[in-house]
Design a protein around this ligand. Structure first.
Ligand code: URA
Length: 237
């Protein structure tokens, strides 16, 4: 059975507007439930059984929404920023009021960013205790020696209270390019880990979070909805 809830809540959670906006829609007779014009925005609807339409168009109930964005450089991972463009500015055409990015990528970092209104899932994906892998590709100024690669993976003192948790690192085919997998997300973590070995990150891209990988067809600045399978995979993490 679906959730039973007030019509105005159903409409607002489906992205039809704020609570007061959707109340106005009902008042003006723009909303129908099972073919009958709704008059009371407090009437109960069942998200599985009832057919709700606004101006004759079916409403699809989505309590939670999930997007993957290929974050471009120069854009900040905040919901609002007076000066710079934020990742939410890139979700043109979506109702972004309740959406937030899961974790932060630096302004100059590119790649996979999950944007959702599912607070609990977002929290779990970021918690180091949940051990969700975040995979990055880093271009660096100086290669690490085999000993340094081992030290990097074991945990690095980056000036915080505790050294970093165990990580994975492997050189890729291109010179001075590494794949790094972390299960935590401290401030500037990848950059500070390389810096601990005297190497500077010149380009950083996140390629995946847990079981979900950045869609290669997404150019920087483009986004798409997660598929149902991807959402399920994240929930199972
Ligand atoms: N590590 C960094 O240094 N920067 C990021 O944006 C993400 C991880």
């Amino acid at each position: 059975m679906g959730d039973k809830m007030r019509l105005d809540k159903y409409l607002a959670e489906s992205g039809q507007g704020t609570r007061s906006e959707v109340k106005q829609l009902v008042k003006k007779g723009h909303v129908s439930v099972n073919g009958v014009t709704a008059r009371d925005s407090g009437m109960k609807v069942d998200s599985d059984k009832d057919a709700v339409k606004v101006n004759g168009r079916s409403v699809i109930y989505e309590k939670f929404r999930y997007f993957m964005l290929n974050k471009p450089q120069g854009c900040v991972s905040a919901t609002r920023d007076g000066l710079s463009s934020t990742v939410l500015d890139l979700l043109e055409g979506e109702i972004t009021r309740d959406l937030f990015p899961v974790g932060r990528l630096d302004k100059d970092t590119e790649g996979f960013l999950l944007i959702t209104n599912d607070g609990q899932l977002g929290h779990e994906l970021l918690s180091p205790r949940k051990h969700v892998d975040k995979k990055y590709v880093a271009h660096v100024s100086k290669p690490l020696t085999p000993e340094q690669l081992i030290a990097f993976a074991e945990g690095v003192d980056i000036g915080d209270e505790k050294p970093t948790m165990p990580a994975k690192i492997r050189p890729l085919d291109e010179e001075n390019v590494y794949e790094v997998v972390l299960q935590e997300g401290r401030y500037h973590q990848v950059k500070r880990m390389f810096e601990a070995f005297g190497s500077k990150v010149t380009y950083l891209k996140r390629v995946s979070m847990g079981p979900v990988t950045l869609d290669e067809s997404l150019e920087p600045g483009q986004y798409r909805k997660l598929t149902a399978e991807e959402v399920e995979a994240l929930r199972r993490k």
